[in-house]
Structure formats: C-alpha cells, structure tokens
Design a protein around this ligand. Sequence first.
Ligand SMILES: *Cc1c(COP(=O)(O)O)cnc(C)c1O
Length: 232
Amino acid sequence: MGIEARYQRVADQVAHLAQAAGRDPREVRLLAVSKTVGLDGVRGALDAGAQDFGENRPDSILEKHQAFPQAKWHFIGNIQSRRIPDIVKSAALVHSLYQVSHAVKINETAERLGKVQDVLVEVNVSGEQSKSGVSPEELGALLQACEPLSHVRVRGCMTMAPRGDAAVARACFEDLASLQASVRKGMDAQRAAVFNELSMGMSEDWQEAVFAGATIVRIGRAIFDDAFDEVE
Ligand SMILES: *Cc1c(COP(=O)(O)O)cnc(C)c1O
C-alpha cells in the first residue's frame, strides 16, 4: 500500500468515526504529519487529497511550504525563539505555543510580515515531565497575555496524551475539551467563536480524540509509514 492509498484509508476512517461519534465529519480536520518524509511523500498525500500538513522542524516547514504553497502548513514542534521568523513565514497554524515570550515575538514577526498568526496553546494535561505545554491552571494567564497582541490569534488548544493506554488517552482528551469549554464560557460570543479548535490525537489514539471532540487530528505514521499496513 502506498501513501496515496493509506491517506485515503485514514481520511475515510476519520470521517466514519466522526459520524459514529455523532459529529459532522467536516468538523474534524485531518492533518498529515509529514515530518518523516521528503517532498515525494508530501506529493503522494497531496495527490490523495490532503490539504493540511504538519511539520515539527523550522527547516522542514520552510522547505515544504515553499515547494507546496497550495497546502496549509502547520507547525507542531518545539518553538525556538530564533526560528520564529521561519515558522511565521510558513505556518497557517502554530500548535505549540506555551510561552509568553514566544507569543510576543510571534506577534512582532507577524506584524512585520503583514499577517495575523493563528496559534493554539499547547496544554500539558497529563502532567508528564517529558511533555511541554502550560498546565491547565496556567492556560488562563497565557490567554490573557495574548489578549493585547493584535497579530496573534489564539484559536484553541493542543495536547499530546500519554502513550499506550486508550482509556488514559481518552480521559486526557476529555479533560482538555472540558477545560476549553469552561474557558469559552468566560469569553464573549465573538471571542468564543474563534477559540474553537482542539488539536488532539495521533496515529495510535486519534479515535479517542474524535470521540472527545477533536477538530484536528495529527496523523503521521498511519499515513506515511508502511509498517502501518499490517495493523488492519
Ligand atoms: C510526530 C507527531 C505527530 C504524529 O505522530 P504519529 O504517531 O506518527 O501519528 C503528532 N503530533 C506531534 C506533536 C508530533 O510530533
């Protein structure tokens, strides 16, 4: 099975499961995480209909965005301050903001480039040491710090679940969904309408995320790694 067929299969599965979860399939965007493949791999997924791609390194998002500007490029990796210009040049959506200083620099860069940068706040819901992100308690303060930044628009939240246990992953995703819902309650209608994205779920746990309300699932290996052919 090649990348085109795997992308198509995953896209069908995501749409089916969204429906099974009582959701409109159009509410769940499939982000093809292409960080392990080159331009040929991206082309395969594009040919199968992929529109959104995720990268975790500034060099890669810069290169792939230049090669395929027709796609939407998402930055899902760790943000380093000095690489913010490359990220802002390339990214439709940055999933991994969790520091005020980065928000300030993204704002300055976006203003210079004449864009408003859409971002998600990464939340470390599980509290694992190895994961980055604000704690659930810190989310409000970061949102407040972003409020005056006219060239940063916070669109929602992102998280990564602990690996290996579907029930634990589901609980983590549900926690983020309810945290986001409670934050939205405190916003005016206009602000709440913009703060509506939930980026959660990867190759091994996206089903749990769709049931918990994900609007973006970030899937790499199930699309780009042929070891996943044998899973089903
Ligand atoms: C690599 C990566 C993914 C995709 O993971 P897979 O297990 O390959 O689906 C999703 N999100 C982030 C932040 C990643 O770094």
